[in-house]
Design a protein around this ligand. Structure first.
Ligand SMILES: [Zn+2]
Length: 375
């Protein structure tokens, strides 16, 4: 195989993985289908998996026992809605699960998840334009007032279809290929992270020298950010590397926020903080900043930097396990977070995968997590 064909082949695998994974619904707390699919992918790589009681999928690849152990993780759940009330006339009211943007909801197609082969499509109603008053025209409708039209004529029909209070609802899973290797899809957050870790697992397994790596596909991140905690508590890793989107700031409405470009390569978060309701964030361990800075120079892949308030990931909680887990958020640039079509770049996913493999494979018994060696 020509060496310079490898990135293209990895990119093709990442595209196939991402697009398949985005078509499988997995609302927070209802990850069974997506978990079984990912377990199958890992099995095909020769990795056996286990599932903890919360639902996290874990696969361990034993490596150099003298080196610090790594938990490489990403969330497999997605945000969405939950059936709150079924009206007598068959319309369905919903509750939000996760950071669902209300202004992006009307007219969206949704999938009411009943079970494989039994899911029902629906549309979030948007009041007929010809009856919309001037005051309503620029107003965001609160989710409490929205309803789903799934074509049912009455409550009995809804119940007979297997839909009940508590049923999960997600944006209709789909994707579309844009120009320049860019993909718009449902739940790029964080099926792109899942695709990257599956591909990174494939490449890491081929490395003769590597530390022990636990690949973790976590649950309920979009719900309460703490799903990965139970996995970290059980595994007690020395290092945790979390993979998720980082906000691309190269659109007209985001330019003042930072310098992260879609297509500009993987991103390292130097600071995240969320002060609304949940007071937490991640300031990465300096050993890991140094590790991935060095790896990016070594393989000549640009590494973008992000410092951002308003978002956080479950690494915020994982870092507090045991005597402290050296943690870092790495990610891919993404546009339009939490809307029904999020956009990422396949080249960024490939770059992120390569960076992860290089960085992790270089962790050996000399790798220090002593802060005084860095600060
Ligand atoms: Zn995410």
């Amino acid at each position: 195989m020509m060496a310079d064909q490898r990135p293209e082949e990895a990119k093709a695998r990442l595209k196939a993985l991402l697009c398949d994974l985005m078509l499988i619904p997995g609302l927070s707390g209802h990850e069974g289908r997506i978990r079984r699919h990912i377990a199958g992918l890992l099995k095909a790589l020769g990795l056996s998996t286990r599932t903890d009681r919360l639902g996290n999928l874990i696969a361990t690849s034993e490596g150099d026992h003298g080196a610090p152990s790594v938990m490489l993780f990403t969330h497999m759940d997605q945000l969405g809605l939950v059936v709150r009330k079924i009206e007598a006339d068959g319309f369905i009211r919903v509750e939000r699960l996760g950071g669902v943007p209300e202004r992006a909801l009307p007219s969206q197609e949704v999938l009411i998840c009943v079970g494989e082969g039994r899911d029902r499509p629906g549309v979030i109603a948007n009041k007929s334009h010809h009856a919309t008053t001037p005051e309503e025209k620029y107003k965001v409708v609160p989710y409490q007032d929205l309803y789903i039209d799934a074509g049912f004529a009455g409550r009995d029909e809804v119940l007979a279809a297997g839909i009940d209070i508590g049923s999960p609802v997600v944006y209709r899973p789909h994707w579309v290929e844009l120009s320049q290797d860019r993909i718009a899809g449902t739940s790029v957050d964080d099926r792109a992270g899942c695709a990257v870790i599956v591909e990174a697992a494939r490449q890491l397994m081929a490395r003769p020298k590597r530390p022990t790596v636990h690949f973790v596909f976590s649950v309920q991140e979009e719900f309460n950010l703490r799903g990965a905690l139970t996995a970290a508590q059980a595994l007690q890793p020395d290092i945790a590397i979390q993979i998720d989107l980082l906000l691309a700031t190269d659109t007209p409405d985001m330019a003042y926020r930072g310098d992260v470009k879609l297509g500009g390569g993987p991103v390292m978060s130097l600071y995240s903080f969320h002060g609304r309701g949940t007071l937490n964030g991640t300031i990465p361990h300096p050993a890991l900043v140094s590790l991935f800075d060095g790896a990016s120079r070594h393989i000549d892949i640009p590494l973008q930097r992000s410092a951002h308030t308003g978002a956080l990931t479950d690494s915020s909680y994982v870092q507090l396990v045991g005597q402290g887990v050296a943690s870092i958020d790495l990610g891919f640039p993404m546009r339009y977070s939490h809307s029904s079509l999020e956009v990422c770049d396949l080249g960024d996913l490939e770059g992120l995968t390569t960076l992860l493999v290089e960085g992790i494979a270089s962790i050996d018994k000399r790798f220090s997590l002593d802060r005084d060696d860095y600060e």
